[in-house]
Design a protein around this ligand. Sequence first.
Ligand code: ADP
Ligand code: ZN
Length: 212
Amino acid sequence: MKLILLGAPGAGKGTQAEIISEKLGIPTISTGNIIREAVKAETEMGKQAKAYMDAGQLVPDQVVIGIIRDRLAQDDCKNGFILDGFPRTIPQAQALDEMGVAIDRVIEIHVSDDQIVQRMSGRRVCPSCGASYHLEYKKPEKEGVCNHCGAALVIRKDDSPEVVQERLQVYHAQTEPLKEYYQKTGKLRVVQGQEQVADTTALTLQALEDEA
Ligand code: ADP
Ligand code: ZN
């Protein structure tokens, strides 16, 4: 299964990607996580990407396309993968097509802007391993502490309310057109993001089953 998860920032793509990834035994590829790792490691790419990310802007297409090209060439992607946060622009989708990647399904997790803003305020992340949590919807086992590595959870810099507004605008302007792009291929299914994570998962799995 080669799956793309679309959706506004904070719609719950990452959370669903993690769950489905485990269920299907295929890797999740999150460009956001890969870029954050590079920022933390202060690589050349990370240094370039940081300013865009902090401002809520997209990192240039050529950079993320390169990341994806390298990642998809790795062995564990042979039996499928979940793309979380890529593509985010039409040129990125075109690049994926040009790589000869045959996507099976595109799922948009739809959440209204108002809900997004509300959800983002509760988001917390692990600065060490990148796992994400939510104060209401996806609580860590121990308050304020990462389940996986025990690090203290923090608020992501680009989850501040002003940057969230910017990211939403960027989403509507640059990423939303992908819905039409994939609508035309017949691969797109829209899932309404539910309050409970498990309810969204059920709808998402259903949308995977009716494979065209
Ligand atoms: P979210 O889905 O919550 O917005 P991500 O972790 O996917 O967060 O992305 C965070 C930031 O990383 C984006 O705002 C952008 O700067 C950068 N980024 C991630 N994926 C892409 C992409 N495909 N194209 C350009 N920039 C990206
Ligand atoms: Zn962690």
